[in-house]
Design a protein around this ligand. Structure first.
Ligand code: GN1
Ligand code: MG
Length: 376
């Protein structure tokens, strides 16, 4: 193991006063922004028998999250609220450090960076999955998240990334990145730029409806990839929704659309081979069924009518973000190889095209599920 890294992790562990000697660590592939490690400590049970106790350490990317203490404040409030409302649910427990007589759920160090430590939940996650039972359960989990927080006052939350799902603003950033062409890549991506600008109005329609006062603001998760749901190891049962970094006021379509964009794609979101990329309607159906079984009663008719549109909007928005990052020389998303952000862009574009072709079917499924689960 990288001794520097082991050293850093041990210092972080000491700050959080984790008991027992440090044993080992491994990086976990979770997310494109923060860096996550599973860190094992040696602990002892009541009979004095040693066992390995794992924790999750996360280094927060302060380039993406400029105000990490506000982000942790949001997370503290949300997890506390969920714990009080649903004491029997699996929840995330953040460990604390003592600083100047205060308990803080993070460790901020000028050289080591901004860290948090959370309990390790034995579980599995899915990057790609077409098992309807798993998908439906993910839909229920994100639907529950929405419903549990429906009376949470959104004004208590900081906007961790301003304009996060402001599609127009994302388009402006793309325009700017293409103009500046910092990495000298604009010529190579002309076709993708032209396509994205040709669908700008349709991609921004969800936002327009909000600005016209036709869609309400709710508390949303804003990063509803299915791998942000931890599942039971033995059965297709969602345990807990994780990655609360972007919980903010938002539109229900942000959560629904982003979840579909990720889970219902035949390929992974960064597949370099897009010949099979497209929307799997069976997965779409299973997720919609799970999501609406929990939310059909609370959503307005316009929210329901725009769920299909939200999938297109969120897919295009992410294509716009990936392409802007590629043009700027990849400062934001972690990349594994030089054209990674471009492959991600092409994959999201291919998916958005297929969604346009399948829109009628998507809307019919949404209507059928809403009618099935609406009680009022
Ligand atoms: C980022 O880091 P991760 O994987 O949780 C991004 C999301 C994107 C996603 C695409 C804070 O999420 O908005 O949809 O990558 N998060 C942030 O995979 O920008
Ligand atoms: Mg995230």
């Amino acid at each position: 193991m990288d001794t520097n890294l082991a050293h850093t992790l041990q210092r972080v562990g000491r700050a959080f006063r984790l008991p027992g000697p440090f044993f080992s660590s491994e990086e976990i592939n979770r997310g494109n922004i923060n860096t996550t490690y599973r860190v094992n400590y040696i602990s002892e049970n009541e009979e004095g028998v040693a066992y390995i106790k794992p924790y999750l350490f996360q280094k927060v990317n302060t380039y993406a999250f400029r105000h990490p203490t506000e982000l942790m404040d949001n997370i503290d409030k949300i997890t506390e609220y969920i714990r009080t409302r649903c004491p029997d649910r699996t929840t995330l427990h953040f460990h604390h450090v003592e600083r100047d007589g205060r308990r803080l759920s993070y460790f901020d160090d000028p050289t080591l960076g901004f860290w948090r430590v959370v309990n390790y939940v034995p579980s599995v996650t899915y990057d790609v999955c077409d098992d309807p039972a798993v998908i439906r359960s993910a839909g229920e989990a994100f639907g529950d998240f929405q419903t549990i927080l429906k009376d949470f006052d959104p004004s208590l939350l900081h906007e961790t990334i301003p304009g996060f799902h402001d599609t127009r603003r994302r388009y402006e950033a793309l325009r700017q990145a293409a103009k500046e062409d910092k990495a000298g890549r604009a010529a190579e991506v002309r076709e993708e730029l032209d396509y994205l600008f040709s669908i700008e109005d349709e991609a921004c329609r969800l936002l327009d409806l909000y600005e016209e006062g036709k869609l309400p603001l709710r508390v949303t998760h804003n990063d509803t990839k299915i791998n942000n749901v931890l599942f039971d190891e033995h059965e297709p049962r969602a345990l807990v929704v994780i990655d609360l970094d972007t919980v903010m006021p938002g539109l229900v379509g942000n959560d629904f659309g982003d979840a579909i964009r990720f889970a219902a794609n035949f390929t992974e979101e960064d597949s370099p081979d897009i010949s099979h990329t497209g929307l799997d309607l069976n997965v779409f159906w299973a997720f919609t069924e799970g999501f609406l079984s929990r939310t059909a009663d609370t959503l307005t008719p316009t929210e329901i009518d725009t769920l299909g549109l939200s999938c297109f909007a969120l897919t295009v928005e992410l294509a716009v973000r990936f392409l802007a990052d590629y043009l700027a020389g990849d400062p934001y998303f972690k990349i594994k190889y030089p054209s990674h952000n471009f492959d991600r862009t092409r994959c999201q574009i291919a998916l958005s095209r297929d969604m346009q072709n399948k829109r009628d079917a998507m809307d019919s499924i949404v209507r059928a599920c809403a009618a099935k689960y609406r009680r009022g």
